[in-house]
Write a protein that binds this ligand. Structure first.
Ligand code: NAD
Length: 379
């Protein structure tokens, strides 16, 4: 643990002009010295906050739900009572920036529609708060770059809500794939469900940034990269939308398939809002099939190798993800799912859309933003 030297370093380097972000970081450190949990403010109290993140924050060891940001007045009292949130820790989208003066908030967790992620990350960074931003990080790579720059300038840590990096079953698949335990592999991965309600923000491009690729396909994209532990060299994509009248009128895809070529194999991925629920990672290896299906849900994941069933129990993915981030702040370590990973994925998503709109023209990927160590597992 390196907290004391870090506090000393922070005080020494900031001199008389302590920035808000430094004060927040200092507070985080002092809090951890006292074994105090870091406070998280959830921004946006929709499905994911209500059903996954808030309940998980009752199970975390290093952070807790200290504040909420909501535009719906009726939710305030309900959440305050259920999670014991102080009145002064309830914000709306207008007075959100006042969190700068609130020491109960160390981390802002942005759980809003995709196109709002960039604005709220910038505002949170300006208030000197560390940020977890839900996937997809933003609706363009350009916005991702602005978010990274803002967090770097404010000296706060930015990470993305890629919960499956904290799931032991997905972790085991990474280990088997990256280390070629069953020999060379080719990957198939997909995530889809049915969604055709036009009132949902996921079907409104100004809020979603795109169709199922932004929302669900991003999991298959991630899986392909973490199964190989490599970056793709090229890709091609095909818009496979069935109900073109409905989806193309909204300027989004209803279904999409793409193939990526990696240094050591290929990945065939698909996503949809036009079929019933599917989600899987299949690695066809020299020794047989390595499979995780379902692969991307919160629990109930099922894995098997050519040698039989994988026996790993479900965990609370979100609790582990948020605790890991709290420890990044406390111990001054890097997030394993940083903003740079979100940027990389948005860069690839833009290439996938470009290839699909050019009639599946293959795209070389020679300038992928990559400052990450892709190999999560040791040989
Ligand atoms: P949701 O629609 O249930 O909730 C969105 C929240 O944003 C609501 O509270 C809504 O009131 C608020 N909001 C503020 N301004 C809005 C506007 N202009 N239009 C619509 N809503 C507005 O959505 P969700 O499923 O909770 O998704 C939120 C984010 O979380 C998305 O980025 C999504 O990709 C992500 N998510 C991640 C996971 C995961 O497993 N990591 C799972 C679900 C959702």
């Amino acid at each position: 643990m390196n907290r004391r030297p870090f506090i000393k370093k922070l005080l020494a380097t900031s001199g008389a002009t302590l920035l808000a972000s430094n004060i927040s970081m200092l507070y985080s450190c002092v809090a951890s010295e006292n074994n105090k949990k870091l406070g998280i403010a959830l921004v946006g109290l929709g499905y994911y906050s209500k059903n996954q993140l808030a309940p998980s924050l009752l199970e975390t060891k290093h952070c807790y739900l200290s504040a909420i940001v909501t535009g719906t007045k009726e939710k305030e009292a309900v959440w305050a009572e259920k999670y014991n949130i102080k009145k002064e820790n309830i914000y709306n989208y207008q007075n959100f920036d006042d969190i700068i003066n609130n020491d109960d908030i160390d981390i802002v967790y942005i759980v809003l529609p995709n196109s709002m992620h960039a604005e709220y990350t910038l505002r949170a960074a300006k208030a000197g708060k560390h940020v977890i931003c839900e996937k997809p990080m933003a609706t363009s790579a350009a916005d991702c770059r602005k978010m990274i720059a803002a967090c770097n300038a404010a000296n706060v840590i930015l990470s993305i809500g890629y919960r499956l990096h904290f799931d032991p079953l997905n972790g085991y698949m990474m280990e088997l794939g990256q280390n070629k335990i069953f020999g060379d592999l080719n990957i198939e991965s997909g995530f889809g469900f049915s969604l055709k309600d036009p009132s949902k923000w996921r079907l409104q491009k100004s809020l979603s940034g795109g169709g199922p690729l932004m929302d669900l396909g991003i999991y298959a994209l991630q899986a392909a990269i973490y199964m190989f532990g490599e970056l793709p060299l090229s890709l091609w994509a095909k818009d496979t939308t069935i109900d073109k009248d409905f989806f193309h009128e909204k300027d989004i895809e209803g279904s999409l398939e793409w193939e990526m070529t990696f240094p050591s194999g290929k990945a065939l991925c698909k996503t949809t809002y036009e079929e019933g629920l599917y989600n899987y990672i299949i690695a066809n290896t020299q020794k047989g099939e390595l499979k995780l299906a379902p692969s991307f849900l919160y629990d109930g994941l099922k894995g098997q190798t050519p040698e039989g069933k994988i026996n790993i129990k479900d965990v609370n993915q979100q609790a582990l993800q948020m605790d890991a981030f709290a420890l990044n702040i406390i111990d001054d370590t890097k997030s394993s799912v940083p903003g740079e990973m979100g940027l990389r994925d948005l860069y690839l998503i833009e290439k996938i859309y470009e290839s699909a709109s050019n009639n599946s023209k293959p795209m070389e990927l020679d300038d992928i933003p990559n400052i990450l160590d892709l190999r999560k597992t040791k040989k």
